[in-house]
Design a protein around this ligand. Structure first.
Ligand SMILES: [Zn+2]
Ligand SMILES: [Zn+2]
Length: 283
């Protein structure tokens, strides 16, 4: 057990939920997505070899462990935890999970300062164009957690530890070291928050989780030029199925047409009209 691991001092339970909360979907036989309040965790693999991608909301460790036990058997554990990025809603249970399972964590090099207590994320932008969730965002934790020596840098060759068929793709913009994870043979994509399938700016849509392809959550996205490049990069992979950090998994035309349209209209539909991280030069 690592003694020096800690969550930031602003760590707390966030009272937000959506209609998908508590629901699990087997997207493919070895790809399972489960919604914790408003964010997705993903179990990739089979009972004899699996990993967890992302670590849910604060104080959700019990739920994540029971989801894992239910799917893969009591006392089973993932070989590793892979993080798409380090925002509070993707690392919320990670220290409890690392303590419980004693497994390594992997993240992109540029995300490590936020996972080792060195750097805080910028304050969420509650002034950004968008609705209730943005307004609520000042209560979101943004201080770094510290995983100490339990967090490792993803290999520079694009391979993902314990996920042999997958490669990681650097998709910054929403956060500096944001990665998406892609499997060439069936074009399955874990997109993190590079794009999402629910409009987080509308509280109503977070509750109802109406399916659509949207840009990254606005209040935490700090580089919109990079965010756009990242969506273009992902669209070029022509994914057949995508699991995103927020919203339902999507496949087929909903995904291909939705992504194409997001790329085409990114400046209009994804980039907010105003907000402190909006680069005036993007248009
Ligand atoms: Zn995020
Ligand atoms: Zn998120």
């Amino acid at each position: 057990m690592e003694k020096d691991m800690n969550y930031g001092s602003d760590y707390k339970y966030i009272p937000a939920t959506s209609i998908g909360s508590g629901v699990g979907i087997e997207v493919l036989p070895d790809l399972y997505c489960h919604t914790i309040q408003i964010v997705n965790i993903i179990l990739v693999g089979t009972a004899d070899h699996f990993v967890l991608v992302d670590a849910g909301m604060p104080r959700s460790a019990k739920e994540i462990i029971s989801i894992t036990n239910e799917r893969f058997g009591e006392h089973n554990r993932p070989k590793a935890i892979i993080l798409t990025h380090g925002h509070f809603d993707h690392v919320g249970a990670i220290i409890d999970l690392v303590n419980h399972w004693d497994v390594p964590v992997y993240a992109h090099e540029l995300e490590l300062p936020y996972l080792t207590g060195k750097r805080s994320y910028p304050e969420p932008d509650s002034t950004v164009e968008g609705g209730m969730i943005a307004k609520m965002s000042p209560i979101f934790p943004n201080e770094p957690i510290n995983l100490g020596s339990k967090v490792n840098q993803l290999p520079t060759d694009g391979t993902v530890p314990q996920m042999p068929d997958f490669q990681w793709i650097h998709t910054p913009g929403h956060s500096p070291g944001h990665v998406s994870i892609f499997r060439e043979k069936d074009r399955a994509l874990i997109a993190g928050d590079a794009f999402i399938t629910v409009k987080q700016d509308s509280l109503l849509k977070v509750f109802t989780q109406k399916e659509e392809i949207c840009g990254p959550p606005r209040y935490l996205t700090t580089d919109w030029n990079e965010a756009k490049e990242s969506v273009i990069k992902l669209q070029k992979l022509h994914p057949s199925v995508a699991i995103t950090g927020h919203g339902q998994p999507v496949t087929g035309e909903t995904l291909s047409k939705g992504l194409a349209s997001l790329v085409r209209n990114f400046d209009e539909v994804a980039v907010p009209d105003y907000g402190k991280y909006v680069d005036k030069n993007i248009h």
